[in-house]
Design a protein around this ligand. Structure first.
Ligand SMILES: Cc1cc2nc3c(=O)[nH]c(=O)nc-3n(C[C@H](O)[C@H](O)[C@H](O)COP(=O)(O)OP(=O)(O)OC[C@H]3O[C@@H](n4cnc5c(N)ncnc54)[C@H](O)[C@@H]3O)c2cc1C
Length: 499
C-alpha cells in the first residue's frame, strides 16, 4: 500500500553521488539535519561507472608497461595482461555495483536516505516517488541542494538512435573485452577507455571531430596520442561521423565524413568507414537537470536551448525564485549538476564549501557573499582546477593554460621543457615527458602548470599548491626537489625562466 508521507529537514540534497554525500556530511557536521534522495546507487557515477572502474581498467596496463620500460624488470615480463583478472579487480573497486558500504556510511554519519526520484515543486519543497512505493512531500527549513550529476551527450549522428551503443557506463562495466571497439570522442573519457581496451586486447579505432584532448596544451596531448598509437589505437582525428548502422552479424559500421579537414597526418587515411563489435560514444556530458521541476521555481531552459544553472561562489543558484543572498536563500547546485568542472575532487571541494555556507547561514554566521578564498567560497574553481588524464603517459594540468590566461586579461608568459632529469631517466628507459609553467608577469606567480609523461600525476599537487598559494617564483626557487626525482623538472623550469 502506498502512502503520502510529509517530512521536514533542515537540508534536502537531491542526488547521493560523491558530491551530494559530501554536502550532506558538512551540513550534519554543522549541526543541521539532512536527507539524501537517490534514484540509483548511493555513491553515484564516480564509484560505479566512471573514476573507479575506468582507473581500475587502466592501472594494470600502466603497471605492466612500467615494468617493460625498465631493463632488469622487463626481462621478467613474459606475458600480456590477463583480461579476466583485470575485470575481476575492476569489479572489486566498484563493490560489484552494490552500495551497502556507502549506505552504511550515510547512516553512520546521521544522514537520512530516501531512495527514489526527487523533483522540486516549490521553493524549499521537494517531492519524491520512493522506490518503496511511497510518495514523500519534503520541506527544507534551510536549503535544497541539486547534486544530480551529469548525463552523456548524444551527438547528431544519423542512425545512432537505432543501434545499441555503449556510453561510458557500459564501457566501464563490460563483462568482456570486445574484439573490435570504435570510440567516438577525443576527450578524457574516450582517450582513457580507448587505451584501456587496446591494452586489454581489443582492436580500437578512435574517431574525433577535433584533435585529441583539445583543452590541454598541444605538446602534452601529442605525447598521449603517441602513447595510444604505440598501443595500436587507430586515431582518426579531425574527422566527423556521418552515420552508424548495424550489420547482419550484429557488428556496427560507422561512416565517417569524407577527407581530412586539417592536418593531413591526422586525417582519415584508412578509408571512410569503421566496423566494430562495440561502439563507445564518449562525446561529453551535460548537467542532469531534466525532470527536476526547476521550472516551478522560475528556472526554465531558453527557447530552443538547454537549461544551465549559474551559481555564486557558495553554490547559490542565481535567478531561482526567492533565492536572494540578501534574504533567506535556499537553492544551491553543486558538482556536475552545476556544470563548472566535471570532476569528482572539484565537486567535493564545492560541496564542502556549500555545506559549510548553508550551516553558517542557518546560524546567522554568514550573511551576503563570502570573501574569495574564505572557507565558504569555491574560489579554486576560478584559478586552480587540477585535472589528470590517467593514460600512459599521463597528462596532468592545473590552473590556466596560456590561452586562458591571456583571455582572462593576464600579462602571461610560458616556460616549457622536455622532462629530462636524473629522476626521469632512472624511472624508465627512453622516458619522454614535457612540462610547462604559465607565469603571471606582473605578480611573478604561477597561473598554471602542465606535465605530460609516465607517472607525472603525482607532480601535480605541488603545482596546485603553488597556484593556490600564489607563491612568488623567487620563493619557489627555495623549494628544492629531491634528487633524483622527476620533480627536478621544477628546478629546470625555474632555471629556464631565468632564476
Ligand atoms: C568515464 C568517466 C571517468 C571519470 N573519471 C574521473 C576521474 O578519474 N576523476 C575525477 O575527478 N572525475 C572523473 N569523472 C567525472 C566524475 O565521475 C564526476 O565529476 C562525478 O561523478 C560527479 O559527481 P556528482 O556527485 O556531481 O554526480 P554523480 O556522481 O552523477 O551523482 C549524481 C547522483 O544523483 C542521482 N540523481 C540524479 N537525478 C536524481 C533525481 N531527480 N532524484 C534522485 N536522484 C537523482 C543519480 O542517480 C546519481 O547517483 C569521470 C567521468 C566519467 C564519465
Amino acid at each position: 500500500m502506498t502512502a503520502q508521507l510529509l517530512r521536514e529537514f533542515d537540508v534536502i540534497v537531491i542526488g547521493a553521488g560523491a558530491v551530494g554525500e559530501n554536502v550532506a556530511d558538512r551540513v550534519v557536521r554543522g549541526g543541521l539535519t539532512a536527507v539524501l534522495i537517490e534514484a540509483e546507487l548511493v555513491g553515484g557515477e564516480c564509484s560505479y561507472w566512471a573514476c573507479m572502474p575506468s582507473k581500475a581498467l587502466l592501472r594494470p596496463g600502466t603497471a605492466l608497461h612500467g615494468a617493460q620500460t625498465v631493463p632488469g624488470a622487463q626481462e621478467a615480463v613474459t606475458r600480456t595482461l590477463d583480461p579476466a583478472a583485470v575485470l575481476k579487480r575492476r569489479d572489486y573497486f566498484t563493490s560489484n555495483w552494490q552500495d551497502d558500504s556507502q549506505v552504511k556510511w550515510v547512516e553512520d554519519t546521521g544522514i537520512e536516505l530516501i531512495r527514489g526520484h526527487g523533483w522540486i515543486t516549490a521553493p524549499r519543497q521537494v517531492e519524491v516517488a520512493g522506490l518503496d512505493g511511497n510518495s514523500y512531500v519534503l520541506t527544507a527549513r534551510h536549503a535544497v541542494v541539486v547534486a544530480t550529476g551529469s548525463a552523456p551527450n548524444q551527438p547528431p549522428v544519423e542512425g545512432l538512435h537505432d543501434v545499441e551503443y555503449w556510453t561510458t557506463r557500459e564501457a566501464t562495466s563490460a563483462r568482456a573485452v570486445p574484439a573490435r571497439l570504435a570510440v567516438l570522442g577525443g576527450g578524457v573519457a574516450g582517450v582513457e577507455l580507448a587505451q584501456a581496451y587496446a591494452r586489454l586486447g581489443a582492436s580500437v579505432t578512435l574517431v574525433a571531430r577535433g584533435g585529441l584532448l583539445g583543452i590541454f596544451p598541444e605538446q602534452a596531448a601529442d605525447l598521449v596520442a603517441a602513447g595510444l598509437r604505440a598501443d595500436g589505437v587507430d586515431l582518426r582525428l579531425h574527422t566527423g561521423t556521418r552515420s552508424v548502422h548495424e550489420n547482419d552479424d550484429g557488428s556496427l559500421t560507422v561512416v565517417l565524413d569524407g577527407g581530412p579537414q586539417t592536418g593531413p597526418a591526422d586525417g582519415p587515411a584508412h578509408g571512410e568507414t569503421v566496423t566494430a563489435d562495440k561502439l563507445l560514444v564518449a562525446t561529453g556530458r551535460h548537467p542532469a537537470l531534466e525532470g527536476l521541476g526547476l521550472d516551478s521555481v522560475g528556472l526554465a531552459a531558453p527557447e530552443g536551448g538547454t537549461l544551465r544553472l549559474t551559481t555564486d561562489s557558495t553554490g547559490l543558484v542565481h535567478q531561482a525564485t526567492d533565492n536572494e543572498v540578501s534574504g533567506n536563500p535556499w537553492l544551491y547546485a553543486i558538482g556536475d549538476a552545476a556544470g563548472r568542472a566535471l570532476l569528482t575532487h572539484q565537486g567535493k571541494y564545492g560541496a564542502r564549501a556549500t555545506g559549510d555556507a548553508i550551516a553558517a547561514r542557518a546560524k546567522g554566521e554568514l550573511t551576503g557573499e563570502p570573501a574569495p578564498w574564505s572557507r565558504f567560497a569555491q574560489t579554486a574553481y576560478e584559478h586552480a582546477v587540477p585535472n589528470v588524464v590517467f593514460t600512459d603517459p599521463e597528462l596532468a594540468n592545473v590552473g590556466r593554460t596560456i590561452a586562458q590566461a591571456e583571455n582572462d586579461g593576464f600579462r602571461a608568459s610560458t616556460v616549457e621543457l622536455p622532462i629530462q632529469v636524473a629522476g626521469s631517466s632512472l624511472h624508465a628507459e627512453h622516458y619522454e615527458g614535457w612540462a610547462q609553467l604559465v607565469i603571471d608577469e606582473d605578480r611573478k606567480v604561477l597561473l598554471g602548470a602542465t606535465f605530460a609523461g609516465p607517472d607525472v600525476a603525482e607532480l601535480l599537487h605541488a603545482a596546485t599548491i603553488a597556484v593556490v598559494g600564489e607563491v612568488p617564483l623567487d620563493r619557489l626557487w627555495h623549494a628544492v626537489p629531491s634528487y633524483p626525482t622527476i620533480s627536478e623538472v621544477w628546478l629546470r623550469l625555474l632555471e629556464e625562466y631565468g632564476l
